[in-house]
Each structure stands twice: as structure tokens, then as C-alpha cells.
Design a protein around this ligand. Structure first.
Ligand SMILES: Cc1ncc(COP(=O)(O)O)c(C=O)c1O
Length: 354
């Protein structure tokens, strides 16, 4: 298999697979809750590692089952009055728009440049003249190579007293996520190449007083993000993630980010002149996600299936629901990780031509 689908779910290393499997075995051998106690130090180490990557204290890092579960937990813990405007950009992840609407909120579009990137000057004016109740940004877009300037946006939002939440599902392990936002959430399984079933939410200490958390209220404690975690959870997954994040930290986050930007440019370079397809973004865009648009009437889902069945190449067919305010037609997404080779990209280009 040529795996070019990290934006869906990355491949775990042998050591990450072994760490999760070893914990599952320990649960059977010693009892699940005894095993959890034995794993406590490793999981605290994971919170510390992720806290450093995300720019929050270890106690501000909590685990849920997915990025979506983290957003739902946040919406529940920080309720806004019905109809509150939430600033978003057009490329926002479609299911997030659905969650906002489901929670009675009103997404309002913030100005962007021609490529879909947040216009910071316009944001500053908007925050002064007509501030939304919340700004929500998806740092790296799911369906194409688009990265939002979240650190700059966080500084502007903070100065205006408007909270900023960042969806880092495609950003964590891919680009720098230490933005200073009021909440950042993501997942283990994509660019960090950890197990499925582990979501991550990071909240800086200054935002803890804004959390409304049932369990803290019941036991009469001050709210900390930790109370948002389910008592029952995929602990083996956290052990696998602890290994994946250690590998990421030891490789050097800045080195990984630079390599992924290079892989994205190499992918777009390899696909730029394939007949019947056009790039959705510039070759030099700073992300490892590449999207190509069919211009000869191809069915993207059928092309994705043909690449997999006939050529052993794994990609994603992106339907419009992913970003209904940005996409006008389905896209084929290619998302290799740091180990991608020129030969793999040449084989993809040849398969698309065939
Ligand atoms: C930008 C973005 N946000 C959120 C999600 C949802 O993540 P999860 O499936 O972990 O809930 C995804 C998943 O692909 C995504 O790409």
C-alpha cells in the first residue's frame, strides 16, 4: 500500500502499536484499574509533552474520544446565549458548522484573502466594531492546503476580550499549534500518528474559570479541564499516543513541520501537470495536504476507489459536506507523511494519468 492519507488517519509506528497492545494485555493480566494506576506516570508525561507542544500547562490537557467530542464538551462547558454570533472563515470544517448550529449558535463569516486565509486587519476592525461572542478557527483546513494565522488571531481576540477556539485536528503534529488561544482541540490519529479513539483538548489556565463542569459542581471543586474527561476511556490508546508524541518530540517538532511543508510542495509539484486535474492550492502552500480538482468530468469517489483497487494507493475523496462554504465540487485529497518518497509521488501521478 502507498499510504497517502495521513489527514484521515496516519500510520502508527511499531513502537506505538506495541505500547497500546502492551497496555491492553496488562489490563487482562493485572486488572484494568490496576493497569491504569501503573500507567499513570506515562499518561502524566503525555500531558506534559502535549502541553509543551500546545503551549498550555500539563493540567490543561485532557483526553476525549475525538476532536468532535472535544468541541461538544467545550460547547457544553462554555454555553453561549442562543443566537450568539460565532466568527468563522468560509473554509470551516462542515461538521463544526453543524455543531455550532445544533447548539443554537449563528456562524458569521469573517473576511479572508482570495486564498481563504483570515484577513487579520479586517478581524481587528470586526472585533472593535461588531464583535462576535466567540471566534472559532480551523487551523489547517481538512480538504486543501490552507493554514490560518491562529497566533495572530489569538492576540487580536485576546486584546478585544473575545474568546478564540482552535480546531487543530489537522494541525497537531503538522504545524505549530502553540497559539495562545482559549481552547485548542485535536486528535491522536492524524499527523501525530497515534491510535484512533483519543481526542485532545487543551485549555490555558486563564480560561479555566469560564468552564462550567458538572462533576466539579457535584463535588464542590473548582472547575479544571480534567473534569471534562470521561471516567471510562480508551487508556491503551493514551499509552500508544504517549509513544507517538515522544517520537514526535524526539524527532523535533520544528523539523517535522518543515519536512511536512516540503512534502506538501513536492506532492503539488508532482501533480501540477497531470492532465484532467488541477491543483486547488499553490505549490508552495505551507501544508502537507494536497487537493486536486477534476477538470475532465471524473467522478472523484470512483477515482479514489480506482487508485486503491488498481494501484494500491490510499487517498481520500472529499465531498462537499466537508466545507460547504468553501468547496464547489468534490476534491481528491493526498496527504503523505514525512516518509513520503519521490517514487511514491511519481507512481501516484502515473496512476492518475493511466
Ligand atoms: C479539520 C477537522 N476538524 C475536525 C475533525 C473531526 O475529528 P474527529 O473525527 O476526531 O472528531 C476532522 C476530521 O477529519 C477535521 O479534519
Amino acid at each position: 500500500l502507498i499510504h497517502l492519507d495521513s489527514a484521515a488517519a496516519g500510520r502508527q509506528s511499531e513502537a506505538t502499536l506495541a505500547a497500546a497492545a502492551a497496555h491492553a494485555r496488562l489490563e487482562t493480566e493485572t486488572g484494568a484499574y490496576v493497569a491504569q494506576e501503573k500507567a499513570a506516570e506515562t499518561i502524566e508525561g503525555l500531558r506534559k509533552d502535549l502541553g509543551e507542544v500546545l503551549g498550555v500547562p500539563a493540567d490543561g490537557v485532557v483526553f476525549l474520544e475525538s476532536a468532535t467530542a472535544a468541541l461538544v464538551a467545550l460547547l457544553d462547558a462554555c454555553p453561549l446565549p442562543a443566537g450568539s454570533p460565532v466568527g468563522i472563515v468560509a473554509a470551516e470544517w462542515g461538521p463544526n458548522l453543524e455543531q455550532l448550529a445544533w447548539h443554537g449558535l449563528r456562524p458569521v463569516e469573517l473576511a479572508t484573502d482570495g486564498g481563504g486565509r483570515l484577513d487579520l486587519e479586517a478581524l481587528e476592525h470586526r472585533l472593535a466594531a461588531d464583535p462576535p461572542a466567540l471566534v472559532h478557527l480551523t487551523q489547517v483546513t481538512s480538504h486543501r492546503a490552507l493554514v490560518q494565522p491562529v497566533a495572530e488571531a489569538a492576540a487580536l481576540c485576546r486584546a478585544a476580550g473575545v474568546p478564540l477556539w482552535v480546531d487543530a485536528a489537522q494541525a497537531l503534529g503538522h504545524v505549530d499549534v502553540a497559539s495562545g488561544a482559549d481552547a485548542v482541540y485535536g486528535t491522536s490519529r492524524k499527523w501525530l500518528a497515534g491510535p484512533r479513539g483519543v481526542g485532545i483538548l487543551a485549555v490555558p489556565r486563564r480560561s479555566w474559570p469560564q468552564l462550567r463542569v458538572l462533576r466539579a459542581a457535584l463535588v464542590g471543586d473548582v472547575a479544571t479541564p480534567r473534569y471534562l474527561e470521561s471516567f471510562e476511556a480508551h487508556i491503551a490508546g493514551r499509552l500508544g499516543l504517549a509513544n507517538a508524541v515522544r517520537e514526535f518530540v524526539e524527532a523535533g517538532p520544528a523539523t517535522v513541520y518543515a519536512r511536512l511543508a516540503e512534502v506538501g510542495a513536492a506532492t503539488r509539484g508532482a501533480l501540477a501537470d497531470v492532465p484532467g486535474w488541477e491543483l486547488a492550492d499553490a505549490v508552495g502552500a505551507q501544508a502537507a495536504i494536497t487537493a486536486i480538482r477534476p477538470v475532465a468530468g471524473q467522478d472523484v469517489a470512483a477515482e479514489r476507489q480506482r487508485l486503491l483497487a488498481d494501484h494500491g494507493i490510499l487517498t481520500t475523496a472529499c465531498a462537499l459536506a466537508r466545507a460547504p462554504r468553501d468547496m464547489t465540487a468534490p476534491l481528491l485529497r493526498v496527504s503523505p507523511h514525512v516518509d513520503c518518497t519521490e517514487d511514491e509521488l511519481a507512481r501516484l501521478a502515473a496512476a492518475l494519468r493511466s
